[in-house]
Design a protein around this ligand. Structure first.
Ligand SMILES: CC(C)(COP(=O)(O)OP(=O)(O)OC[C@H]1O[C@@H](n2cnc3c(N)ncnc32)[C@H](O)[C@@H]1OP(=O)(O)O)[C@@H](O)C(=O)NCCC(=O)NCCS
Length: 132
């Protein structure tokens, strides 16, 4: 799994227990999954369809640095199936895992549209191929 994004836990990210608020973590995960999918599928119109069980295993406190990892489980026809882990950057302790996130590629009419992708691609390779 590649951990693309780091976040710094700030006062506005805390719950009443002074630890990282679960809703904030879910917003970070959703944004990360959307960004990852938009880049992979080369389409800005990608939406979250489904998120599986969310398992909060540990927490973080103000000042901690956390990182968000995303991995492709499967390329579907219009869907992209991802899994995600958020962990403490310094200790590598897992904060939360989401095993199954389904993102759906949409056409201009807002309906699912085949994305035609079969494997993970890297932008640098696309750019290099464009130069050939
Ligand atoms: C996303 C949306 C357009 C999909 O419409 P739909 O009629 O359910 O589409 P389909 O049944 O054709 O499913 C589309 C794909 O998602 C997959 N899928 C749908 N529900 C799924 C589920 N619960 N679990 C796993 N995969 C699922 C289907 O298998 C299909 O994959 P494939 O094309 O790779 O075979 C529609 O449900 C929608 O607009 N939902 C709201 C999305 C949104 O606004 N999200 C933001 C948060 S509110």
């Amino acid at each position: 799994m590649r951990f693309h994004t780091r976040k710094w836990v700030k006062p506005e990210d805390l719950n009443a227990n002074e630890t990282l608020f679960g809703g904030r973590v879910l917003a970070w995960i959703d944004e990360e999954a959307a960004l990852y999918s938009i880049i992979q599928l080369e389409n800005k119109k990608v939406v979250t369809k489904y998120m599986s069980e969310i398992n909060f295993m540990s927490t973080a406190v103000q000042g901690d640095v956390v990182e968000i990892g995303i991995e492709v489980v499967k390329f579907g026809k219009s869907s992209l199936n991802l899994n995600c882990e958020v962990r403490n950057k310094m200790t590598r302790e897992t904060i939360v895992t989401v095993d199954n996130i389904i993102m759906v590629n949409l056409g201009d009419n807002g309906k699912p549209k085949p994305h035609g992708k079969k494997k993970v691609e890297f932008v640098r390779d696309r750019l290099a191929n464009a130069d050939d």
